[in-house]
Ligand binder design. Structure first.
Ligand code: GLY
Ligand code: MN
Ligand code: MN
Length: 440
């Protein structure tokens, strides 16, 4: 759990980055219709959550540095016994001050009357423009309301500043409490992948493996995956975001599973690729060994002082060398890297930031240069090779094989720590685990 003091510290740090005479406005997520009058399971907006932890939809916070009656104002649904009987409990403004440390809390239905008064006299509005059209126009209406009062002496804000930059810079560096939650999210995903390896049998359908993953997530308190789980056997693994999960597992195929948990809002993101039968073929071994070598080299370069593209550059070098050796590419190493020839079989980058969002926020470059890694950043390392079955330029024995290996890596003071190392990834470990399970 993130303590209240930490939410308060985040708000303070954000307010310190704001120009004098400003106000920040941040909205919760809204409920989304899934089918007629039923909704998708609600998930709070990550930025809103980061600043206050308030878990309900239909809420707005304002941060107003220097405001005499308190800097943190919350608008939320009022308590309503009938609505709560049908749709679930509400905190209500009265309890919000105590539970979420708001200095003032008001019913959301009163926001049009109250918030413009708080914006009046402030020169700048920090806000996430373009995220929610309805809110964009409401914010403009509030400004216009103040503008209409100028003859009476009202001072409308004159400048909008995108809130994302400063807020996302804070989110990029994880606190001790966040790392604790990310470890838990990672451990749940590790257990889910182990369960999938244990349960995998030829003849099952991919969605049955998905069910095993989600059962383990939910059993441990991660009621949602961090993204749609990818359970891709055989040639399906060559579709990067395959989520149909509807093919039968064939005994000679590999199974690629890319699945992560969301625990108390924090994501994990693991990929493992293993043989449905428990034994790799020689061709599968050759490709697997190459991706694993690329991942080892890439993870080895995660340390403070290196830049964030270094793991990608390491992976590309190892993969391209291997592609030449295995007859997938022809030519010299340097020229093939220069021409990006490897993209025929490896077309994505080697990772991304991870945190409250699986593809987390934070700049990847500063003034055109790749960002330098620093302690307490967390990123994934996920090299891969994809050789579709209809790629006639590849040796026949490699066609229809997709392999990705992905771990979540914390940058530490001295180097790195792999948060998801609990799922085996060497060929020997995978074969021995699967053999034991078959025997049991
Ligand atoms: N599962 C999404 C990704 O690996 O980026
Ligand atoms: Mn990933
Ligand atoms: Mn992934």
């Amino acid at each position: 759990m993130i303590p209240k003091q930490e939410f308060a510290r985040r708000r303070q740090l954000l307010m310190q980055t704001m120009e004098p005479g400003s106000i920040a406005i941040i909205a919760s997520s809204q409920e989304l219709v899934r089918s007629r009058d039923t909704h998708f399971m609600f998930r709070q907006d990550s930025d809103f959550h980061y600043l206050c932890g308030f878990p309900e939809p239909n809420a707005v916070i304002a941060l107003i540095p220097g405001r005499e009656h308190g800097e943190f104002v919350l608008f939320c649904n009022e308590k309503d016994p009938e609505q709560e009987t049908w749709h679930g409990r509400r905190c209500g403004p009265e309890a919000a001050c105590d539970l979420y440390s708001a200095d003032d809390a008001f019913p959301i239905d009163d926001i049009d009357d109250i918030l413009p008064g708080m914006m009046e006299g402030r020169q700048r509005i920090y806000y996430e423009m373009g995220k929610n059209n309805e809110l964009d126009s409401r914010v403009m209406n509030w400004v216009n309301k103040i503008r209409s009062q100028v003859k009476k002496g009202a001072q409308p804000p004159g400048e909008f500043i995108d809130l994302r930059h400063a807020l996302h810079e804070l989110r990029l560096f994880k606190s001790a409490a966040e790392i604790k939650l990310m470890r838990k999210s990672a451990q749940i995903a590790v257990d889910a992948h182990l369960r999938a390896m244990r349960e995998c049998r030829p003849g099952m359908t991919e969605w049955q493996i998905e069910a095993e993953l989600h059962y383990e997530f939910a059993r441990q308190g991660a009621r949602s995956p961090a993204y749609s789980s990818i359970v891709a056997s055989g040639n399906n693994a060559c579709i990067l975001h395959y989520t149909e999960n509807s093919s039968k597992l064939r005994k000679d195929d590999l199974l690629l599973i890319d699945a992560g948990a969301e625990y108390e809002m924090y994501a994990s993101d693991i990929t493992r690729t293993f043989p449905v039968s428990g034994r790799f073929s020689n061709a599968q071994k050759e490709l697997y060994q190459l991706v694993l070598k690329a991942q080892d080299a890439a993870i080895g370069s995660v340390k403070p002082g290196n830049h964030w593209m270094q793991p990608h550059e390491e992976a590309v070098k190892v993969l391209t060398e291997g592609m030449i050796e295995l007859g997938l590419l022809k030519g010299g190493l340097d020229e093939l890297i220069e021409q990006e020839a490897y993209k025929q079989y490896y077309m994505h980058k080697t990772g991304h930031w991870i945190g409250l969002d699986v593809h987390d926020v934070g700049d990847y470059s500063i003034e055109g240069q790749p960002r330098i890694l620093e302690e307490n950043m967390v990123l994934t390392v996920e090299p891969a090779i994809y050789i579709p079955e209809d790629d006639t330029s590849a040796p026949a024995k490699y066609r229809g094989i997709g392999i990705r290996i992905e771990d979540d890596v914390l940058v530490t003071k001295q180097g790195h720590e792999v948060l998801t190392s609990g799922v085996p990834k060497t060929i020997d470990e995978i074969e021995s685990i699967m053999a034991k399970q078959k025997a049991a």
